[in-house]
Design a protein around this ligand. Sequence first.
Ligand SMILES: C[S@@+](CC[C@H](N)C(=O)[O-])C[C@H]1O[C@@H](n2cnc3c(N)ncnc32)[C@H](O)[C@@H]1O
Length: 230
Amino acid sequence: MNQTPPIRRPAVELDSEGVRRAYRRWAPFYDELFGSVTRPARRKAVRHINASQGRVLEVGVGTGIALPMYAPHLEVVGIDLSSDMLEQARRRVAKQKLGNVTALLEMDAQALAFADASFDTVVAMHVVTVAPEPELVMAELERVCRPGGEVILVNHFSAETGPRAAIEQAMAPFADRLGWRPEFPLETVLGRPGLDLIDRKALPPAGLFTMLRFCRRDETVNDVVAPGTR
Ligand SMILES: C[S@@+](CC[C@H](N)C(=O)[O-])C[C@H]1O[C@@H](n2cnc3c(N)ncnc32)[C@H](O)[C@@H]1O
């Protein structure tokens, strides 16, 4: 029997309304507060994507801070739960005349309104720690990516030990007010049957962020194999 490992759930629950509320507050200041510390990691991920072709879906596109980094040969679609964050992204696209960004849509990453295999690359940067149901997000990223395409995550995952782990544990109860989970084990995003982890890189500053690259399998392996068929 081929068993998918159980997904470890993060300790604190978030809900969609809480996420919208949190990002309504953050939207006007997001770029100034979080932009520079997260920029190098974002740049590395987009540089990798720019070597590919076709359609890119950026899930949790936020204020569209990464949008100017995509090469013009890529068609980019962005989605986000927060209309306030999207408003900032739309202004950016208009101001910088980003012609390759073909849509910015208000949509829940846990229930994407795209057909299966719609995109060549699907990327979510600093999103899985924020979404109410990260397992559903992972299932949707897998579904809308074409076989052979890549699903890319850039995120902060929690430390197991040491001072950083202590700080993260202390901040964990405030996840709903922060709008993200300080404590979020990497295992939460592993174990999708149709996604093979092909690369894991620590990213600047000081390895605080991690890039995970998954290849979308050609065929989803069934979790349960009938007795005698192997
Ligand atoms: C920390 S921000 C990251 C924004 C951007 N990706 C970046 O790199 O700066 C998290 C974003 O994820 C969005 N988000 C959270 N849960 C979501 C969901 N279920 N569906 C779509 N977007 C979601 C939030 O609204 C917010 O804009």
